[in-house]
Design a protein around this ligand. Sequence first.
Ligand SMILES: Cc1cc2nc3c(=O)[nH]c(=O)nc-3n(C[C@H](O)[C@H](O)[C@H](O)COP(=O)(O)OP(=O)(O)OC[C@H]3O[C@@H](n4cnc5c(N)ncnc54)[C@H](O)[C@@H]3O)c2cc1C
Length: 319
Amino acid sequence: MLDLLIIGGGPIGIATALEAKNKNLSYQVIEKGPLVNSLYNYPTNMQFFSSSEKLEIDNIPFISNKAKPTKAEALEYYRRIATANKLHINLFEKVEAVNAEENTYRITTTKSTYQAKNVVVATGFYDLPNMMDVPGESLPKVFHYYKDPHYFSGQKTIVVGASNSSVDAALEVYRKGGDVTMIVRGSAIGERVKYWVKPDIENRIKEGSIKAHFNTTITEIHPNEVVIKHQDGSLETLENDFVLALTGYRPNFEFLKKLGIAISDDDKRLPQYNPQTMETNQKGIYLAGVICGGLETYKWFIENSRIHAKMIVANINRQ
Ligand SMILES: Cc1cc2nc3c(=O)[nH]c(=O)nc-3n(C[C@H](O)[C@H](O)[C@H](O)COP(=O)(O)OP(=O)(O)OC[C@H]3O[C@@H](n4cnc5c(N)ncnc54)[C@H](O)[C@@H]3O)c2cc1C
């Protein structure tokens, strides 16, 4: 019988495992992909907006070449924490169900079953992209995750959205010879775009090297073109090779519901938990990391959610 089973081997799942180990609790992390699966799937050349010490777990130094680390450095850091501390993490194993039994939980995965007194849900939100729900979205030319710019060199590439991910991709693809057009639902580049990147994208748009249509949405995607709709309702057809639909991601609400976790019925869809302990309405089931923000996926990140690990373990130890 485990003291706690942690679902998700992201930075916050790892932080919780380390804290459990340090406090002599028995624990197991179950991760459905490779270690820090979300980070592994981030764009190859991404740079974190946080400086490295803000991404540290348990004050273990995170040394990076520049103040803000790269993806490769972050993978190295979290991997070293997991291996050096011999954390119990099962990879490529997915949690499918959590069932309450007398004072414990039975956790069923794709490979085994476990018994635990407590369950920590640290599943993040990077698995499910927000779909545009337009015809042609399932064509192989449409990507909801962006890796690197080389593929799009010399190609008419539409980037949907104006958040950090879209802006980074648009600039990178443009600089590697892609013919970039941004399709933006709002009237401007997003307010939360990194302050050192915003002038770059705005100036590229102003000079015309990156084209942008604001107050515009995609209505149809075809193999060689895309139909867009302007604010006045008029339609325009653009020649197009690829679409990077970087329209954000959402937590797996179905999974939370299956666990009996209450979710607010407003448009934020916030999972309910006690902010002092991180325990949900289900006794012994906790939330950790970015999953806590519901559809407000910008609200929690590594920097401000790594603290959840200590809060949860302290509460379990008080029981
Ligand atoms: C491009 C980009 C840049 C970012 N830069 C920063 C930054 O500079 N600073 C910062 O603080 N944050 C940053 N973030 C956000 C940060 O990466 C996330 O906040 C962080 O990954 C959250 O950690 P987490 O452990 O809560 O969730 P995740 O890292 O998403 O981990 C969740 C894990 O759960 C696993 N999982 C899901 N469902 C199951 C299941 N049923 N069974 C088993 N495993 C499951 C997933 O595979 C995943 O590995 C950035 C995000 C992006 C996209």
